[in-house]
Design a protein around this ligand. Structure first.
Ligand code: G16
Length: 552
């Protein structure tokens, strides 16, 4: 690398291989960049460059995941992962946006700006960038563009091929902790999770009403590919029946299936047999979200989403913690999409502290780190549990202390196993599935008993397409709409007509739309409330295409 801060190769590559189209402007959103795959080649190249700068600045390994997660197959995107496994720090998101949008001729200047601003004096360090990609056909060339960006600044790309997003988070943390978190390989990832799962499960696979059989919707994506391997290792301990496993290039990724479809449509996915009273789960296109569901005797659909997983995990961990005799702070973090009934159940029945942040696991994760045991889940099924170093050290010390009672010791060892079964770095569909199965198994519960903990308020999610989604801005963890002026007043008036009504709107950070959330005492009221609010959004925020219509 030259010392005069002149990055000729960077520009030459950009101009020849990944030129930026003149008229595109892209913004780093809820989880990175996301748009049509054809628009992203220059962005990927530039994120390779940015990842190298970030790695040199942080003096650690950075991850780059090429995926558009829950979006349609024709979209793609990129998520940047910081050294501690967290999403890219917000202060650097604006740099990512700047990198994505400057003209090719200004690329070198922008690199120099970052070097100067952050005082990066180790531009010759051969930093490692971990790269993963999902099963989209477009991911292969886009991941190659990331690699070229990394190479253009003399970084070292480590290509993990097709992996889940949470696996990339895991590899990054393993590398940055010198393997203390685990081995930075796929085998290391599976071994850590599965060994812990098998230890906690023991050799009795069915217990009470719990049956060790699960129908699994792989969304025709990487979540299907990875669970095939997992199934072989789990053997009889958990019988995962795989559906929607057409992986590369079938055009079926997330189509009428997968966690986002099931959650937002509140419907049984295509491709999974409609078997009554059977526990089913769906993951999304990069396997960082999971939701559960079942059909009752009347073929009525019942959803157990991220709120249910959060409450199940938090109540279990609280009980286990009590058995250890340790005094540790446990808390639960949700977003505004959490069902009101779940929040009430957590505060009033579980007596666990609960807080609300803006959408995006980066926000929930940060808040969860303020607890010794921080459980966080978005209602869409994205979440995990994080444990403080204080909690881990106390658990290890108590488990090893000869004067600890046998009961306390056993609980400490079990909690340590449960920690190993959880991917703490980010929401992980596979690890979350193993956690849910562990808890249900231990309690001897079937899916109905899990659902009986509390009754969800009927709720509805709608999307409104507008000319410019940035016209909708919000405050108070996205619960209050600031602009367009007057929209919040209109929402308040509409909501006041409905018993137990609640509704909010916000611009999606992953799709070009405004999201509308509504809940109310009855299903009929919820439908009406959602449509009324959506109509106001359409009217005041510049809706395009067909206007939302009230049902007949
Ligand atoms: C990403 C984020 C999630 C967020 C979701 C939807 O998930 O990681 O935290 O809930 O987008 O965000 P929005 O409502 O802004 O579109 P994924 O699974 O798509 O990467």
């Amino acid at each position: 690398m030259s010392n005069n801060n002149s990055y000729r190769t960077v520009y030459a590559f950009a101009r020849e291989m990944y030129p930026k189209k003149k008229d595109t402007y892209l913004q780093y959103g809820t989880a990175g960049f996301r748009t049509k795959a054809t628009e992203l080649h220059h962005v990927m190249y530039r994120m390779g460059l940015l990842a190298v700068l970030r790695a040199r600045y942080k003096k650690g390994v950075i991850g780059v995941m090429v995926t558009a997660s829950h979006n349609p197959e024709a979209d793609n995107g990129v998520k940047i992962i910081d050294p501690r496994g967290e999403m890219l720090e917000e202060a650097w998101e604006s740099w990512a946006t700047k990198f994505a949008n400057v003209v090719d001729e200004k690329l070198e200047d922008t690199i120099n700006e970052v070097i100067k601003l952050f005082n990066i004096d180790n531009m010759n360090d051969r930093v490692e960038i971990v790269i993963g990609k999902d099963t989209r056909p477009s991911s292969l060339p886009l991941a190659k563009a990331v690699q070229d960006g990394v190479l253009a600044l003399s970084g070292k790309p480590i290509d993990y091929g097709i992996v889940t997003t949470p696996q990339v988070h895991y590899f990054v943390v393993c590398k940055n902790t010198n393997r203390a978190y685990g081995q930075p390989t796929e085998e290391g990832y599976y071994r850590k999770l599965i060994n812990a799962f098998l230890r906690v499960r023991g050799d009795k696979y069915n217990k009470g009403n719990y049956e060790n059989r699960l129908m699994y919707d792989g969304a025709n994506g990487v979540g299907a590919k990875k669970v095939k391997y997992l199934r072989e290792v789990l053997k009889e301990s958990l019988l995962v029946e795989m559906y929607n496993d057409e992986i590369i290039g079938s055009g079926k990724l997330n189509h009428l299936c997968g966690a986002d479809y099931v959650k937002s449509q509140q419907k049984f996915p295509n491709g999974v047999p409609k078997e009554k009273n059977t526990r089913c789960c769906s993951v999304d296109g990069d396997a960082d979200r999971i939701v559960y569901y079942y059909l009752d005797d009347n073929e009525r659909f019942h959803l157990l989403d991220g709120d249910r997983i959060a409450t199940l995990a938090a109540s279990y961990l609280k009980e286990l913690l009590q058995k250890t005799g340790l005094d540790l702070k446990i808390g639960l973090v949700q977003s505004a999409y959490a069902n009101g009934a779940s929040t009430e159940y957590i505060s009033n029945k579980l007596n666990i502290s609960v807080s609300c942040t803006a959408t995006g696991v980066k926000h929930l994760h940060r808040k969860a780190l303020t607890y010794d045991i921080g459980v966080y889940f978005e209602a869409n099924g994205h979440g995990t549990v994080v444990f403080s170093n204080n909690a881990k050290q106390k658990l290890v010390a108590t488990a090893r202390n000869n004067s600890t009672s046998a009961d306390h010791k056993e609980a400490c060892f079990k909690l340590l196993d449960v920690i190993d079964l959880i991917n703490e770095t980010v929401g992980d569909a596979i690890s979350d599935m193993l956690l849910v199965e562990t808890i249900l198994h231990e309690r001897g519960w079937d899916v109905k008993q899990w659902e009986e903990c509390y009754t969800d308020l009927p709720n509805k999610l709608l999307k409104v397409t507008v000319k410019d989604r940035n016209v909708v801005t919000t405050t108070d963890a996205e619960r209050i709409c600031v602009t367009p002026e007057g929209l919040q007043d209109e929402i308040n008036t509409i909501v006041s007509k409905y018993k137990k009504g609640r509704s909010f709107v916000r611009a999606s950070g992953t799709e070009d739309i405004i999201r509308v959330y509504a809940e109310a005492a009855t299903k009929e009221d919820t439908e009406l409330l959602a449509i009324e609010v959506a109509q106001k959004v359409y009217e005041l925020a510049g809706g395009i295409g067909p206007a939302p219509e009230l049902p007949n």
